[in-house]
Design a protein around this ligand. Structure first.
Ligand code: NDP
Length: 284
């Protein structure tokens, strides 16, 4: 059955979330700092709230999606959240999620933190999903409503856990894009068209991603010895990359982060280990 829902924050993402809830038939109340952004949604039947307090009062389920968690803390400061479920889909740190959870719980709410694994255009499609952590009972109660956004993935009652997963997934993505940018910079240094190189690059990265489950097993079992590609060998060939970057006028900075990790691993006697050992080397 449709639930009353309030959405606070109508940026690119908040607007997409709100529009999806409207399409799913919920009675929707919306608030945004810049009131003009409520226009397209109220035209489709959403009710405008004049303040965060008014938006919170309107519905049992309150979804917030602002730029930062500092904005969330500021917007909700001093409000009575008794009996509300607060679902915070703002990107943030695990520590911020724990802190807002503590505050929201004291203010009377059940708190669920979320990490959106989609761009606004994907919201409501099967390709989108959201990570959730925090109050499991409230999550289960509202899951049918939250499912309008796409997949729902529960990662635990520790409120910071969704942010941890979100940041870790994006960490893998940023590393991948940095590698992709470096690869294009290198290939472009001899004017090879990027479009000509895109297919082989995508194919290679996709094939290499097949190693992720085996890396995970090595990490969990702490069995890093490999017969695939060991760190000593990788260290030997690293100058081929850095020398080429320099010769071709490409910034070698990315690989200069890798070199000391490989040096230290080999110095500490882990030369026969595979790339999974890097996880240990990254621990501070
Ligand atoms: P936008 O920049 O489009 O929107 C930001 C929203 O935050 C607006 O509603 C803005 O209000 C509001 N806001 C900013 N500062 C304040 C403040 N001090 N007080 C009250 N409201 C404030 O960002 P997105 O909608 O794209 O992103 C929102 C969140 O979703 C971010 O945490 C982002 O990381 C996350 N996200 C975004 C994705 C994306 O692809 N866009 C993907 C996954 C997560 P106003 O209109 O008045 O400026």
């Amino acid at each position: 059955a449709p639930t009353d829902v309030s959405v606070l924050g109508l940026g690119l993402m908040g607007s997409a979330l709100a529009a999806t809830l409207l399409s799913a038939g919920h009675r929707l109340t919306v608030w945004n700092r810049t009131a003009a952004k409520t226009g397209p949604l109220t035209a489709q039947g959403a009710l405008p709230a004049a303040s965060p307090a008014e938006a919170v009062a309107a519905s049992p389920l309150v979804i917030v999606c602002l730029s930062t968690n500092d904005n969330v803390t500021e917007a909700l400061a001093g409000l009575d959240l008794t009996g509300k479920t607060l679902v915070n889909l703002t990107n943030g740190t695990p520590e911020q999620a724990r802190s807002i959870s503590g505050w929201a719980t004291k203010a009377g709410a059940a708190y669920v933190d979320g990490g959106i694994m989609a761009v606004p255009q994907m919201i409501g499609s099967p390709a989108a999903y959201v990570l959730y952590s925090g109050d499991e009972e409230a999550y289960e109660a509202h899951r049918p409503t939250l499912a309008a956004f796409g997949g729902t993935r529960w990662v635990g009652t520790e409120p910071g856990r969704a942010a941890l997963h979100d940041l870790a997934l994006l960490t893998g993505m940023y590393g991948m894009f940095l590698g992709v940018a470096q690869a294009f910079a290198l290939i472009r240094s001899e004017s090879v068209p990027a479009t000509e190189f895109a297919g082989p690059l995508q194919e290679w990265i996709t094939a290499m991603l097949g190693a992720v489950p085996d890396l995970a097993t090595a990490i969990d079992t702490e069995q890093h010895l490999t017969d695939v590609s060991n760190l000593a060998m990788n260290r030997e060939v690293l100058p081929n990359f850095t020398d080429t970057f320099r010769a071709q006028g490409v910034d070698p900075g990315f690989f200069l982060l890798l070199a000391p990790l490989l040096d230290r691993a080999v110095e500490e006697g882990h030369g026969a280990d595979g790339l999974s050992r890097l996880v240990m080397m990254l621990k501070q």
